[in-house]
Ligand binder design. Structure first.
Ligand SMILES: Nc1ncnc2c1ncn2[C@@H]1O[C@H](COP(=O)(O)OP(=O)(O)OP(=O)(O)O)[C@@H](O)[C@H]1O
Length: 644
């Protein structure tokens, strides 16, 4: 690190100290983590056998071991994202876990969850805006620049993170971006779950170099689980914690690890053809280090849970006068940032070629079928069916479009909610509304083509009314789709949606009179009948044109007007009567649709909330259910006393 950079980070530390003092929060410059006899259980499953260790500030520590030995469980316990079954854990010199520590501890998950459509800089900027408390926008953007530099992401800052076709960032850059998102909050302890999984060894080295630099330059305590590292990558770490199912197998410098079992009673020197990490993994996986009682005894003497002294002095909680607000950004800022983020994903869909072709093609085909309707008796029935044909696409597509909504968003949502980036309500309103924008544009194009080709009316009010019907239609059916998406899991969601679509098309009263069905109320619960009514109101009611009777010898559906004695004109009232369009009023149809929209959207939100809250509650249980400092100190002294 150059002199200039050192001065820069010294200034940053001073700023952090001043900010902490202003907020009357205890300033934490570094934060190692220490654990003694720590174990993790899930009911009867022991996920992590008792083990002890330390990760000091400024150290990069690798966590290795066979699959299922408890690496993730250990990381989760240290970052309080999972249960701590037993033993002691403390932070820094003497801090017990408390919710005030949360902001100093970051966790990088195994999955690379990025919001497709954003660039690297935008991803960091949106995270900064949502996750940095009370800093000005300028400060937040400075933090983004600093993070880009720190993780050597400057050269790809303007490259999309994925999803838009064309150039996107590499796997290694993605991993560094994940670390960068966590580094924005300047944590003192960083836990990474398999940050190199899926990367080739050269790219993995770049990621680990970034972690090591972070540890050295920023005095962050870094602990990362790692699979099959190359020798070069392995030696980038200062220390190794090697786990096996029964506990810790090695704890010490990575440089000495290869020969740790060369002597008696193990006699397992690293063969010349092997790299140290490969050799260590092999002897652990094949149980070569604990194959007899003598080896077990020596292992326990060297690395067993009681080889590091427990803490006997009381612990204390981090002093934080103000109770921190749960969300760093106010609701308005959350909505503004989420809207911009969502818009980035939605904007390319508005004029997506395939969608324009689909809806333009459908409208043209339909327009050719209902070609240039007039106002004669023969046009009455086509105009009636037109009331059905115009909104039909805006029932199907919004419903089907909404089905994958929750499945696609849930992982990202879980990650963002876990770090309190925004409220679920804010995301729900913004995301579901933004997804309507492409529909608004495409339905407008669809209606206009269809309208002109079919010669619906020269009265622009008819066009406006029909567009309003389409908006009502996709609002209602999108809400119903969201409800299915949030409430029904897996493949069943498509099955349920298809059954619902069948119901919507059958229970209209068009095929069998309502009174003759076994469940007449089911017709009235069908949103389609209200959409049909409103669509017919626009076509006949707003236009209010009379239709010229045809030749009476051909037969007529409107004998009162067209047989002898009639005036030769079919009125709107005759049409309403013939097609039972006066079953309910326009006002009743609007109210019914509005109620259905509100109910479906509210149920969708409640179902989503129920699903997300289960996970969130679990996390909060680990993060917030903490004994007071006094209780914890008593407990720790008692544990230490028992051991002594
Ligand atoms: N929530 C849970 N409920 C029940 N058992 C669990 C749970 N989480 C983990 N386990 C079990 O605990 C053991 C340790 O799991 P953990 O994920 O910590 O291992 P790991 O070393 O990280 O594995 P991998 O390298 O495959 O990711 C495994 O046997 C796992 O099945």
């Amino acid at each position: 690190m150059g002199k200039g950079e050192r001065t820069l980070s010294a200034t940053k530390m001073d700023q952090s100290r001043i900010r902490a003092e202003k907020e009357n929060v205890e300033y934490v410059e570094t934060l190692g983590v220490h654990w003694r006899n720590l174990s993790v259980h899930f009911k009867d499953v022991q996920a992590l056998a008792p083990c002890s260790g330390d990760v000091e500030a400024g150290q990069a520590v690798a966590l290795m071991g066979p699959t299922g030995c408890g690496k993730t469980s250990l990381l989760n316990a240290l970052a309080r994202r999972g249960p701590v079954g037993g033993g002691q854990v403390w932070y820094g010199d003497d801090l017990a876990w408390s919710s005030a520590l949360k902001r100093h501890v970051a966790f990088v998950e195994q999955d690379d969850l990025v919001f497709e459509g954003l660039t690297v800089r935008e991803t960091l900027a949106f995270s900064a805006r949502l996750r940095l408390p009370a800093a000005s926008l300028k400060e937040k953007l400075e933090r983004v620049d600093e993070t880009l530099k720190l993780l050597r992401l400057e050269s790809c800052a303007e490259t999309p993170v994925g999803g838009m076709g064309g150039k996107t960032i590499s796997g290694g850059e993605r991993k560094r971006l994940m670390v960068g998102q966590e580094m924005l909050t300047r944590p003192r302890l960083l836990c990474c779950d398999e940050p190199t999984s899926g990367l080739d060894s050269a790219t993995a080295c770049v990621v680990v170099e970034a972690l090591r630099d972070l540890a050295r330059e920023r005095r962050v305590a870094v602990v990362a689980s790692i699979h099959q590292p190359s020798s070069r990558l392995f030696l980038l770490f200062d220390e190794l914690l090697l786990l096996r199912k029964g506990g810790l197998t090695y704890r010490g410098s990575t440089a000495d690890a290869g020969d740790a079992f060369a002597g008696a009673p193990f006699h397992l020197p690293c063969p010349a053809a092997y790299s140290a990490p490969d050799w260590l993994m092999e002897i652990v996986v094949e149980n070569k280090v604990d194959s007899d009682d003598e080896k077990k005894r020596v292992l326990d003497e060297r690395y067993g849970p009681s080889t590091l002294p427990p803490r006997t002095e009381p612990l204390r909680s981090l002093r934080a006068q103000k109770r921190r607000q749960r969300y760093a950004a106010p609701l308005t800022e959350q909505i503004a940032v989420l809207s911009r983020r969502s818009w980035k994903a939605v904007a390319p869909k508005v004029f997506k070629r395939s969608s324009l072709l689909l809806h333009g093609g459908n409208a043209t085909l339909a327009g050719l079928m209902w070609w240039q309707l007039g106002y004669k008796e023969k046009d009455v029935f086509p105009r009636y069916t037109l009331a059905f044909a115009i909104p039909i696409a805006w029932i199907f597509f919004p419903l089907l479009d909404a089905l994958p909504w929750f499945g696609a968003a849930q992982n990202m949502l879980r990650k963002d909610l876990a770090c309190n980036a925004y409220r679920l309500e804010a995301w729900f309103v913004v995301d579901s509304t933004m997804n309507l924008v492409p529909m608004c544009a495409q339905s407008l194009m669809h209606l206009t083509i269809f309208y002109v080709l079919a010669g619906v009316s020269s009265n622009p009010a008819v066009w406006f009314a029909l567009y309003a019907v389409l908006v009502a239609s996709f609002l209602t059916f999108q809400s119903i789709g969201l409800m299915f998406s949030a409430g029904v899991s897996g493949e069943n969601v498509v099955t349920v949606a298809m059954i619902y679509v069948t119901y919507v098309f059958l229970f209209t009263g068009l095929f069998v009179p309502v009174s003759q069905t076994a469940v007449p109320w089911a017709v009235y619960a069908n949103p389609l009948i209200y959409i049909l009514k409103l669509s017919a109101d626009a076509i006949f009611g707003i236009d209010r044109k009379k239709f010229k009777c045809g030749n009476p010898d051909d037969g007529t559906l409107f004998p009162d007007s067209c047989d002898a004695g009639g005036d030769g004109k079919i009125s709107v009232n005759d049409i309403y009567e013939e097609y039972h369009l006066d079953r309910f009023t326009t006002g009743q149809a609007i109210v019914a649709l509005f109620v259905m929209f509100v109910v479906a959207r509210s149920v969708a939100y409640l179902l989503l909330r129920r699903r997300m809250k289960q996970k969130e509650r679990e996390l909060m249980r680990y993060q917030d259910a903490t004994p007071t400092a006094e209780e914890e100190s008593k407990e720790d002294v008692a544990v230490a006393g028992e051991k002594a």
